[in-house]
Write a protein that binds this ligand. Structure first.
Ligand code: EPZ
Length: 419
């Protein structure tokens, strides 16, 4: 079984460029189905999830190929409207392809999505919105058969009971070529939504308010393919900052948008790191001894503290003197990395959605197993600072979201390799 081996305790330092955002690239890959012709997506990260997304598009009749950092997609040959259960099970965000398939084909067959087991992850908000836009949805045994009434979806006024990222994306992909106007109220405001809207508008969509709580879409008859550069991955950037901070090192991150980390940088500073922002770059220098943040870390929809960073920040807090409290408000099962961190000697108590971490410098290497994408990254961060040898197994999870994470840390001086 493949594993990453880390001999921890070395101070990391250096500079890094950040990969393109997984969570921006996936909906944009889905959105390429809306235009016939060649889309060129620069900075598209080469990951298990983007590979899965390409397999879905190929299954539907599209052509995809990688050229250096760009993913080239030509959807003119799209001729199928069913995503297999196997592919739906490999990735949660496969559900956001539904809106695009319906917009292009008028009908679709998909299955309840799989993905990381961090919670029940229902799709009721997606389905309710599509129904309001004129889609009939029949569900039987996890299979969803969807059909547009008439030959085109129509706009609608949508009120999301929760600012769901995926539901906002699905509605956008359905609405850009629907007949009439769609308004999404209580839309997700994550930066990845704004990136998707920027791509769609470059293709000729008419979207106002992308990245805000109210998004207005005036349907157009068709979109044109375009060349687009995907935003940097804010969670990968924060993961590198946490990994370096855990070792008492320093890092200079290039071409990131510090504004997308507005809820994260103050926590690192509160823990004793010196953080400076220079335009599109972030400099962090950590002290040998970090302190637990004074306030509990409560995950919230953007611009609150990102749930995706909770496991990774928890790994860092295991080395910070004092008590750190985490409150996970987004997903009901997102502490699965805790037993693995405890194998390294971490002191963590979990009660429902609250985890209490007593920091220490005495964590020691061990064999640990990835539980989900960000949980796997957390184990690598912990291994960088734990004394001795840590072996991280089940790399299939971390490879879904990080491009060669061990090489990135190795370039910063870590004794880390994959075998
Ligand atoms: C996206 O997932 C991200 N994935 C997740 O990142 C991220 O954690 C999440 O947004 C929150 O920021 C991608 O973008 C591919 P949601 P998504 O719909 O769209 C409830 C990672 O590690 N909900 O905003 O699934 C749901 O149960 C991944 O990169 C409903 O109740 O997130 C959850 O409690 C993990 N009904 C909350 O909303 C619905 O129909 C957030 O879900 C949809 C969601």
């Amino acid at each position: 079984m493949e594993k990453i081996v880390v001999n921890g305790g070395k101070k990391l330092e250096g500079e890094c460029k950040i990969q393109g955002s997984k969570n921006a690239s996936l909906p944009i890959i889905g959105a390429t189905m809306l235009s016939s012709g060649e889309n060129i997506l620069h900075m598209c990260p080469m990951l298990r999830d983007t590979e899965t997304a390409c397999k879905i598009l190929q299954l539907l009749g599209c052509k995809t190929n990688w050229q250096e950092d760009a993913l080239i997609i030509n959807s003119s040959g799209l001729c199928n409207n069913e995503i297999s259960k196997n592919l739906m099970n490999q990735m949660r965000s496969s559900i956001i392809f539904l809106g695009a398939i319906l917009a292009r084909c008028g009908e679709a067959r998909v299955y309840f999505p799989g993905g990381c087991d961090i919670g029940s992850r229902p799709i009721d908000l997606h389905i309710d919105a599509l129904k309001k836009m004129g889609v009939d949805v029949n569900e039987c045994g996890g299979q969803l058969d969807c059909k547009v009434n008439g030959n085109r979806m129509h706009g609608a006024e949508i009120f999301l009971s929760f600012p769901s990222v995926g539901a906002t994306e699905n509605i956008l992909l359905a609405a850009v070529t629907a007949k009439g106007k769609t308004v999404i109220n209580n839309a997700a405001v994550e930066p990845e939504i704004e990136d998707l809207c920027n791509y769609l508008n470059k293709c000729g969509a008419k979207i106002v308010g992308g990245g805000t709580q109210i998004i207005q879409i005036d349907g157009v008859d068709s979109l044109k393919p375009c060349e687009y550069t995907i935003m940097p991955d804010r969670i990968v950037a924060a993961t590198l900052l946490c990994g370096v901070a855990a070792t008492g090192g320093e890092i200079f991150l290039k071409s990131v948008n510090a504004g997308n980390l507005s809820s994260v940088l103050p926590v690192l500073s509160d823990m004793g790191c010196r953080v400076r922002v220079f335009g599109k770059s972030i400099f962090l220098k950590a002290k040998d001894f970090l302190f637990a943040p004074k306030q509990p870390i409560r995950t919230m929809p953007y611009p609150g503290f990102p749930t995706d960073l909770q496991p990774i920040m928890m790994a860092l807090s295991c080395f910070a003197e004092g008590t750190t409290i985490f409150v996970e408000t987004i997903f009901e099962n997102r502490f699965r990395h805790v037993p693995e961190l405890k194998r390294l000697g971490a002191s963590i108590r979990v009660e429902g959605r609250v985890a209490v971490v007593e920091g220490s410098r005495e964590l020691r290497g061990a064999c640990v197993y990835g539980t989900d994408l960000r949980g796997g990254a957390a184990l690598i961060v912990a291994g960088l600072a734990a004394m001795g040898r840590t072996e991280i197994f089940r790399l299939c999870y971390v490879d879904r979201g990080y491009e060669k994470i061990e090489e990135q840390f190795s370039e910063l001086g870590a004794n880390i390799f994959r075998i």
